[in-house]
Design a binder for this molecule. Structure first.
Ligand code: FAD
Length: 199
C-alpha cells in the first residue's frame, strides 16, 4: 500500500475530488487502492465524492471524551479499567510516558467540535474514580484534554462495529472507506489496514 496526500483545492470544502466526474483516474492508475480514513471527516469526504450512492454516506454522531490528570505521585503502576459504560470504556486509568495518571474518557454526546475540558465535570470524575480508588485525594484532578469519537450510532442505540466500505458497498473500484473508527481503532489499526487491503 502507498500513502499519499491529496492537495487541497480552492473549492468550498478544500477538497480536490469534489465535482470530479467519477473517481479520479490518477488514483486508479497502477492498481492503487485509495483509503479514506478521515475520522470525523470521513462522511463529509464521502459526501463530496462524485459517483458515490447517497446510501453509501453514513450519518455520523460525535461523542466527546474528556480526560482529567491527577496531580501528585502516581498511585498505580498499571492501567485500571472499570466495567464499560454505554458509548465508552468507562473512566479508566492510563499512565502517560512520565508515569503520570490520567483518567477518562467520559461520554458526552455533542454536535460541537469544542475540545475544551469542562472543569465542572471534576466531581463526576471523582465519583467514578472513587469506585475503584477510594483513596483519590479530593481536589487532585485537573482538566487535561478531550477527543471526539466518530460514531455510527446515536446515544440511545447499541454500539456499532467499525465500517469498512469497498467496491461491493459503493461500486467504486479501488476505493476503501473507513467509518466509525473509534476506540479501539488505534489498537486495531494493523488489522484495519489489513482488512481494508485484503477486501
Ligand atoms: C476519547 C478517545 C479515546 C480513545 N481511546 C482509545 C484507546 O484507548 N485505544 C484505542 O485503540 N483507540 C482509542 N481511541 C480511538 C482512536 O483514537 C481512533 O480509533 C483512531 O485515532 C482512528 O484513527 P484514524 O486514522 O481512522 O482517524 P483519525 O485519527 O481521526 O485521523 C483522521 C485524519 O483525517 C484528517 N481529515 C479529516 N477530514 C479531512 C478532510 N476533509 N481532508 C483532509 N484530511 C481530513 C484529520 O485531520 C485527521 O488527521 C480513542 C478515541 C477517542 C476520541
Amino acid at each position: 500500500m502507498r500513502a499519499f496526500t491529496i492537495p487541497k483545492a480552492a473549492g468550498k470544502d478544500g477538497f480536490a475530488w469534489r465535482g470530479a466526474s467519477g473517481f479520479p483516474p490518477f488514483l486508479r492508475r497502477g492498481g492503487y487502492r485509495s483509503a479514506s480514513a478521515a475520522g470525523q471527516g470521513a462522511a463529509r469526504i464521502a459526501a463530496g465524492l462524485a459517483g458515490l450512492p447517497a446510501g453509501a454516506v453514513p450519518r455520523m454522531h460525535l461523542a466527546k471524551g474528556s480526560y482529567f490528570a491527577c496531580t501528585g505521585r502516581a498511585a498505580f503502576d498499571r492501567l485500571i479499567y472499570p466495567v464499560p459504560e454505554p458509548g465508552g470504556l468507562g473512566i479508566h486509568l492510563t499512565l502517560d510516558l512520565q508515569g503520570g495518571m490520567r483518567f477518562g474518557p467520559d461520554v458526552e454526546w455533542t454536535d460541537s467540535p469544542d475540545l475544551r475540558v469542562d472543569p465542572a465535570k471534576a466531581p463526576a470524575f471523582e465519583a467514578a474514580i472513587s469506585r475503584y480508588w477510594p483513596g483519590l485525594p479530593r481536589g487532585a484532578l485537573v482538566p487535561a484534554f478531550a477527543g471526539l469519537r466518530p460514531k455510527l450510532v446515536g446515544a440511545a442505540e447499541p454500539n456499532a462495529d467499525f465500517r469498512i466500505d469497498t467496491q461491493a458497498d459503493h461500486g467504486i473500484e479501488g476505493l476503501v472507506q473507513l467509518f466509525g473508527i473509534e476506540s479501539p481503532g488505534l489498537t486495531a489499526s494493523l488489522a484495519l489496514a489489513e482488512g481494508g487491503a485484503m477486501r
